[in-house]
Design a protein around this ligand. Structure first.
Ligand code: ADP
Ligand code: ADP
Length: 228
């Protein structure tokens, strides 16, 4: 569970990116965060894994302030998927997925099993794809690997910042359905940023609508009232 309590972020130049945010993301919930460019979505996400420190307020994960966690442990338990595919080009798909499990010193056998299991879960045949380099995969396949890498070490929380916006509509729909399947199977708490209302409604258990650094509305997709 992630709780924001009166969280604000003012950047050094005076920009108030997030204002008095109060929000709870429930355990196992997929919350989509939506709003126009510049409304504070990315700032909100980055505060969760302490890439950005809030100016005021407190963020809790499992009822404990994020400042009270060891920062490495905190980040290992939060998978982060970005819009720009950030696979390491000189490493194979398998090596890319193994990064965090290796840092966590999982055994070789366990890691290998995990890589196969993950790849199969999103329909990437391990035998065919494991040894390839990222550039030998399509954009959609690379983005899948990005998601798997974030999931590899079994984090409690998955943060996804417009992960699919650079993709064509068909690949995008496939990945949206992958995410819903993954979420049902693995029961992660997921915060998913998008500026696409259709995407937010399609995959979110709840949708959080932001504007000018503030939360305007948080509700189930079918209850969301969209004001012009
Ligand atoms: P979104 O993800 O919704 O597009 P951001 O969280 O990236 O919004 O940005 C929120 C506001 O904060 C915007 O006005 C943006 O220009 C500003 N901002 C973001 N990062 C910085 C920064 N490092 N310094 C100053 N202003 C920033
Ligand atoms: P998509 O329709 O998903 O965007 P592409 O048209 O890019 O896929 O690629 C189709 C297939 O060709 C995919 O299975 C992909 O793995 C494979 N492929 C794409 N580029 C390469 C490459 N440089 N080397 C080997 N296989 C590739």
């Amino acid at each position: 569970m992630i709780q924001f309590e009166n969280v604000s972020k003012v950047y050094p130049d005076g920009t108030e990116a997030v204002k008095q945010l109060n929000l709870t993301v429930e355990e196992g919930e997929l919350l989509t965060l939506i709003g126009p460019s510049g409304c504070g979505k990315t700032t909100t996400m980055k505060m969760i894994n302490r890439l950005i420190e809030p100016s005021t307020g407190i963020i809790r994960i499992h009822n404990k302030s994020i400042n009270d966690y060891n920062i490495h442990e905190l980040r290992w338990n939060i998978g982060y998927v970005l819009q720009e595919i950030a696979l390491f080009p000189h490493m194979t798909i398998e090596e890319n997925i193994m990064i965090v499990p290796e840092m966590k010193k999982w055994g070789k056998q366990k890691i290998r099993r995990r890589v196969d299991e993950l790849m199969e879960m999103v329909g990437l045949d391990p035998e065919n794809f494991k040894k390839r380099k990222p550039q030998e995969l399509s954009g959609g396949q690379q983005q899948r690997v990005g998601v798997l890498r974030a999931l590899a070490a079994d984090p409690d929380i998955l943060l996804m910042d417009e992960p699919f916006s650079a993709l064509d509509p068909i690949t995008r729909e496939q990945l949206q359905s992958d995410i819903r399947t993954l979420q049902k199977e693995i029961k992660k708490t997921i915060v998913f940023v998008t500026h696409d209302i259709d995407e937010a409604m399609a995959i979110g258990d709840r949708v959080c609508l932001m504007k000018d650094g503030e939360v305007v509305q948080v509700d189930r997709p079918q209850q969301l009232i969209l004001k012009p």
